[in-house]
Write a protein that binds this ligand. Structure first.
Ligand SMILES: [Zn+2]
Length: 436
């Protein structure tokens, strides 16, 4: 028996995506208007749950249970509560149909789309042109905290799937959509999805990089608390200034950073960068009174390191550098490793996933997809390093992520959506949705 199903061409898929641009922008605006900062992700997750429900997917919203993930590779310890922090996972499972109803003649390959819903703090709001959670469009860009990193990526995979559905087709393989919490500090959201058993032949995370990411550095966070001895400033020499002591330890850490960034030690993938491994002094607290010698100072550090360096080696080097400096000046301190304990990773650029994504990109954009490593981490590491699922990181062009007046290009948002829709059709294959 044969039938006369006519599967959509890539031009028809692209045209369909383009007709949905107004809807895509409106939905993105709604998502960006949620201030889904650490600990405040729930409303945005409920919004995503409703969107997935409206697409007739099999949706679950579930809490992260630390006991389920704390012994898994890639876990990052935290010193905050996980109450009210849920992941959302929506699954499309194609109904079984005869092979002549499948665009590829058989079931295609399964796929995970993953995106984080959490955003980083805005910084001083008055520095923004408009309120960071009142998104607006200007000169072809949508502005607001989280617009690029990475709510446009999340909405791109939603619209890509919806476009195929509106054409009357669904993927002929399992597709799993995940919106996770805590990408910006631990990655434990994605780890919890993997711990729950979600697997596929490949994973795509549309973070704001309009090129195929080839590798990413590792990242550790630590907090160092330095104890001083308070005294009145009239007898300053009897006290120990915790802030001065902390600055001394920071200078030792800066020396370590320099030594890690020397050309001879550079990982081959990152040779194009003059300073690939950033040590960021991200937070500092200390002191009690301007005319008192401060009794305590605490600072938070983010340190980058190359793929292939074990976390233990990284932590030991940093601890050693601090310890040697502390001994020299008799400084008392504690060091804690909370938040990111993330290994570096590289992507399989010659694998089927990258080849197909490159080919879909070329179909849509008419040129080869650029490739580049990045100097930060993404949740891709979990898929590649611990679950043998090839991952790709690729999403809309954005500016000032983590900065002031973050924005995403609407043209790039549409282009990425086009690419993802064409990619689904090729990777998963299509079948008529009427059989669903
Ligand atoms: Zn991100």
């Amino acid at each position: 028996m044969s039938n006369n199903i006519r599967f959509p061409t890539k031009d028809e898929i692209i045209a369909k995506v383009d007709t949905m641009q107004a809807e895509a922008v409106e939905k993105l605006k709604q998502l960006v208007s949620f201030d889904s900062l650490l600990g405040n992700e729930q409303d945005a997750q409920i919004f995503m749950q409703e969107i997935f429900n409206s697409l007739s997917l099999n949706v679950e919203r579930f809490p992260i249970v630390l006991d389920d993930i704390k012994d898994l590779p890639g876990f990052s310890p935290v010193n905050w509560s996980y109450d009210g922090k849920d992941n959302v996972v929506a699954q499309h499972t194609p109904p079984v149909v005869a092979s002549d109803m499948l665009s590829k003649g058989s079931q295609g390959k399964s796929l995970i789309f993953n995106g984080h819903i959490d955003v980083v703090p805005t910084g001083r709001e008055t520095l923004w042109s408009k309120h960071p959670f009142s998104p607006y469009v200007k000169d072809g860009r949508l502005y607001g905290r989280g617009s690029g990193d990475m709510k446009a990526g999340v909405m791109a995979f939603v619209i890509a799937y919806k476009a195929l559905k509106e054409l009357g087709f669904v993927p002929s393989a399992k597709v799993i959509f995940q919106t996770v919490v805590e990408e910006e500090c631990t990655g434990n959201g994605t780890l919890a999805c993997l711990a729950r058993g979600y697997r596929a032949d490949a994973a795509i995370i549309p973070e704001p990089f309009p090129f195929l990411v080839t590798g990413q550095v590792g990242v550790v966070w630590c907090n160092v608390t330095v104890q001083g001895k308070p005294a009145h400033t009239l007898e300053m020499e009897t006290g120990i200034n915790a802030i001065d002591a902390a600055m001394y330890l920071v200078s030792a850490i800066r020396d370590l950073e320099k030594s890690w960034n020397v050309k001879e030690k550079c990982h081959p993938l990152f040779k194009q960068f003059p300073h690939p491994l950033g040590f960021n002094l991200g937070q500092i607290q200390g002191g009690e009174w301007t005319s008192s010698v401060p009794s305590e100072c605490s600072f938070d550090l983010r340190a980058g390191f190359f793929p292939g360096t074990p976390l233990e080696t990284v932590r030991n080097s940093i601890t050693q550098a601090i310890d040697e400096a502390a001994k020299l000046k008799k400084i008392t301190y504690q060091i804690q490793w909370n938040g990111f304990q993330a290994e570096g990773s590289t992507m399989d650029v010659n694998g089927d996933l990258m080849k197909q994504l490159g080919s879909s990109y070329k179909d849509v954009m008419g040129k080869e997809v650029p490739q580049q490593p990045i100097l930060c981490t993404t949740d891709c590491r979990f898929f590649d390093l611990y679950y043998n699922i090839p991952s790709a990181c690729f999403g809309p062009e954005s500016t000032h992520i983590h900065g002031i007046d973050e924005s995403v290009s609407l043209e790039s948002y549409r282009d990425i959506t086009r690419v993802l829709a064409c990619f689904i059709a090729e990777w998963c294959g299509l079948q008529p949705s009427s059989s669903a």
